[in-house]
Design a protein around this ligand. Structure first.
Ligand SMILES: [Zn+2]
Length: 263
């Protein structure tokens, strides 16, 4: 994949050189178009949850069954994660929690409760830093491996699902990711943007229209990089969304180790 990136880079350099050889106004136009196209492509490759360019990802369930996967990032949180677990239990729904290693170490009993109640546990780096997107290969792999090591001590098997912070797959992340084996990178088909300051109604308005078979929904039980710390809107939205799932005949399932559904 990175070889394809290098080939595109060489092609881009050649195109820019050709553009520079054109007369004044045309050179500016050609170089501007090429630059904008490159920025657009890189933005898609790094940000879009469906892009497979830098890292292969699972952005929705492969099954056509009437199932959806709710996922929660940035926990465990001592206040909100237990309440989210209570709501899920009341609706007989299952979900996947992408936990931070440092928080899993602080609240091991919550991670064990998540697992005990039939949900899946994935990881979301050890510290959730901005540096993760731009750091060295060694830093990226350490952030992933440290989080896995924390959770592996708490559960019967090491977690294999991983979600990068903000879902970004930058070239430094891709370089570190390639050194790791047996992990599945999970993005989403819809997200509630509930880590921002928002309301339950807005979260529901974002998620409900895309609550279709195979959807992977991203919500938050903890606080990540910036954003609001209040998960009350998430909790209220979750009640509504679980009701919507029931109305639409959708079952909420946990992801298995390769991004499918737990049978
Ligand atoms: Zn996060």
């Amino acid at each position: 994949m990175l070889r394809a990136f290098a080939v595109k880079g060489v092609a881009l350099a050649a195109a820019l050189a050709a553009g520079l050889a054109l007369p004044g106004g045309w050179a500016v136009l050609v170089i501007s178009v090429i630059s904008l196209a490159t920025i657009g492509f890189l933005t898609y490759a790094i940000v879009h949850p469906r892009s497979q360019f830098f890292v292969p990802v699972i952005d929705r369930l492969g099954s056509r069954d009437p199932i959806v996967a709710l996922t929660f990032d940035d926990g465990p949180d001592p206040v909100f994660t237990p309440r989210i677990l209570d709501v899920l239990a009341a609706h007989q729904a299952h979900a996947t929690f992408f936990v931070l290693g440092e928080r899993a170490a602080r609240y091991p009993e919550i991670v064990q409760r998540i697992h005990r109640e039939g949900h899946s546990v994935g990881t979301h780096t050890q510290h959730h830093t901005l540096r993760f997107h731009f750091g060295s290969r060694a830093y990226v792999t350490r952030e992933i491996e440290d989080a896995i090591a924390v959770v592996a001590k708490l559960l019967p098997a090491p977690p294999t699902l991983f979600r990068p912070p903000q879902g970004l797959r930058t070239p430094p992340f891709a370089a570190g990711w390639r050194r790791l084996r047996g992990l599945t990178c999970v993005t989403w088909s819809v997200r509630g943007l509930d880590s921002l300051r928002t309301t339950a109604d807005k979260i529901v308005a974002r998620v409900a229209p895309k609550l279709v078979p195979g959807a992977i929904v991203t919500l938050h039980d903890g606080t990540g990089l910036g954003g609001g710390a209040d998960r009350e809107p998430t909790l209220a939205a979750l009640e509504t969304l679980l009701g919507e799932c029931k109305t639409r005949g959708l079952r909420c399932v946990a992801l298995d180790g390769v991004g499918g559904a737990v049978p």
